[in-house]
Write a protein that binds this ligand. Structure first.
Ligand code: ARG
Ligand code: ZN
Ligand code: CA
Length: 277
């Protein structure tokens, strides 16, 4: 049902770059922002010739928004100078969020000391609230990012967007049980893993080789290189159930904007499919 070969989905992104109040820390150029979008596409589309080439083509594409929530043209990037926000405090997202039903809101700042995080998975009910977001440490954002190896190739964003689309860590709940759709990471084609792996090891736990090449582990950026086919389907399933107004369709069904939301989105596709029975 969630077969990625059926239709490509395109997600509009707004990147909110938050600098300290003097603007001396946290700046990210527009071309650096675009390089991170390019990496998301290399990884989610498994583009030939890129580091993501060996992964699964999820048929989900990302683009910097060209229209803001009021319908005005935009480059999909906002810049703010605010030291509290730069320190990942003070509810910056209440002020800055663009309709989280329709845009992937990514913020760059100090990310509370993490490489990145999401406040919750979409199935937790966060969708539509201003808190619904992806936060990335500004020095780990984009290609050849200033943090330097091993976290400088944009895979923190790939990992966090995986969470944003409903994926758990490969090491979620340790080994789980043989009921692989209801324990562990709820995915059967990712071998169970007892704990996160760092670096780029060949390791085993829970009676199998650990998926250290998976974007949802904690290994080095250039070690992680795939979502599995079932992770791909879980993300697409998550989008139909929890984020039906996020992705726009790369091809337009004849019925067009069935629900009148202004864009031809996944919810319209669901309506068309329901019409067809
Ligand atoms: N939330 C994780 C952390 O902050 C992200 C791990 C990203 N891993 C990576 N290789 N970029 O630790
Ligand atoms: Zn994570
Ligand atoms: Ca698994």
């Amino acid at each position: 049902e969630y077969d990625p070969s059926v239709v490509k989905w395109r997600i509009p992104v707004v990147v909110h770059v938050i600098r300290n109040s003097t603007g001396t820390l946290g700046h990210i150029s527009e071309s650096m922002v675009q390089s991170q979008i390019d990496i998301l596409n290399e990884d989610f589309l498994a583009l030939a010739g890129s580091f993501g080439a060996d992964g699964t083509d999820v048929q989900v594409e990302f683009f910097l928004a060209t229209e803001d929530p009021s319908g005005n043209p935009t480059n999909g990037i906002t810049y703010s100078n605010n030291t509290t926000w730069y320190n990942d405090q003070g509810g910056y997202y209440v002020s800055l969020a663009w309709d989280t039903n329709r845009y992937l809101n990514i913020y760059t700042n100090q990310a509370s000391g993490a490489l990145g995080y999401v406040p919750d998975l979409p199935q937790g009910g966060i969708v539509g609230s201003s808190a619904d977001r992806v936060v990335i440490f500004w020095r780990a954002f984009g290609r050849n990012a200033p943090i330097g190896p091993p976290y400088n190739q944009g895979r923190t964003a790939t990992h966090e967007v995986g969470h944003y689309l409903g994926l758990y860590h490969t090491f979620q709940s340790g080994c789980g049980t043989s009921a692989c759709y209801s324990t562990g990471d709820r995915i059967c084609d990712t071998p169970a893993e007892s704990n996160p792996r760092f670096g780029c090891p060949i390791a085993s736990s829970c009676g199998s080789i650990d998926p250290t090449d998976n974007y949802m582990d904690y290994t080095d950026d250039l070690c992680m290189e795939r979502f599995t086919p079932e992770q791909s389907r879980r993300m697409r399933c998550t989008m139909t159930w929890y984020r039906p107004n996020l992705a726009q369709l790369a091809c337009t069904p004849a019925d067009g904007d069935v629900d009148g939301s202004g864009t031809v989105d996944v919810e319209d596709l669901l309506n068309v499919l329901a019409d067809w029975g």
